[in-house]
Design a protein around this ligand. Structure first.
Ligand code: ZN
Length: 272
């Protein structure tokens, strides 16, 4: 219903009621016209339904990049993304987005994940106790059983952080242009960021219908973990390693795009 999910109505609900209200916006992704794009909560101008990961296809490509560093390959971000996208394309439709406020920029694409690669890497590399921050979002994600694997993830980010000057890390405009050249779906997202929740969705073949949520006055980030993991499986990355890298990326993205801009971290909901 138009307006029924506006921020004031949503924030008046208990956390359980918020979780339930957003759950009404979960939809099946098995239809014929489903794209892949970003976890950005804004509405697609063409009304496309899309499966979500921060950065669209750049999300899995970034995991591949970090994994290669963990295993001793000091590849540039640009080269690693190109190679990962070529492999992803053999099984998955590629996708990303721009927004209708970024048309005239040489460096900014409109995708916060693509535009803030350097800041996101630095956040992971330099935040004191970042494992504790991850565990506050994903309960007990980093524990004694995977501590050494986590240390190797963190070590890779710390090594990468010192290398990021261009051309090592392309800017957002270059990253989205590169996706466009690969026949990807690049959605145009509309309006300002007003996300008041983050959804992490593990239920296969479903996503949050962010278009309908925006029409009803609301907005939430969403990551479809089931699809993100399927993509890194296809890239041949160990699933525990991929999950650790993804969690670092997702939490750091929220910190850079929300908390570092002076807003509180919104409530986080898990669906499975
Ligand atoms: Zn984006």
């Amino acid at each position: 219903m138009a307006g029924s999910m506006n921020p004031a109505s949503f924030q008046a609900l208990s956390q359980d009621a918020q979780k339930e209200a957003l759950h009404d916006y979960m939809i099946e992704t098995t239809g014929p016209k489903v794209e892949r794009s970003c976890g950005d909560g804004r509405k697609a101008l063409n009304g496309s339904i899309f499966i979500k990961n921060f950065g669209g296809s750049l999300g899995a490509a970034t995991v591949s990049f970090v994994s290669r560093w963990i295993h001793g390959e000091q590849v540039t971000y640009g080269d690693a993304v190109e190679e990962a996208l070529a492999k992803l394309k053999t099984k998955f439709d590629l996708g990303g987005h721009r927004d209708n406020g970024s048309d005239d920029s040489d460096t900014s694409s409109g995708c916060g994940y693509a535009d803030n690669r350097t800041a996101i890497v630095n956040r992971i590399a330099t935040t004191e106790g970042f494992d504790g921050v991850i565990n506050s979002v994903f309960a007990n994600a980093i524990h004694d059983g995977n501590r050494s694997q986590w240390e190797s993830v963190l070590g890779a980010y710390q090594a990468i952080a010192g290398k990021q000057a261009q051309p090592f890390t392309p800017n957002g405009e270059q990253l989205i242009t590169s996706l466009e050249k690969k026949d990807s779906t690049i959605l145009m997202l509309d309006g300002a960021h007003e996300e008041y929740a983050i959804v992490f969705n593990e239920k296969p073949n479903t996503t949050l219908d962010t278009n309908r949520l925006v029409e009803d006055g609301g907005s939430a980030f969403c990551v479809d973990i089931w699809d993100a993991m399927a993509q890194t499986d296809h890239l041949g990355i160990n699933s525990e390693e991929a999950r650790l890298i993804y969690m670092a990326e997702w939490v750091a993205t929220a910190l850079v795009l929300v908390v570092d801009k002076g807003k509180p971290l919104p409530p986080i909901f898990f669906y499975n």
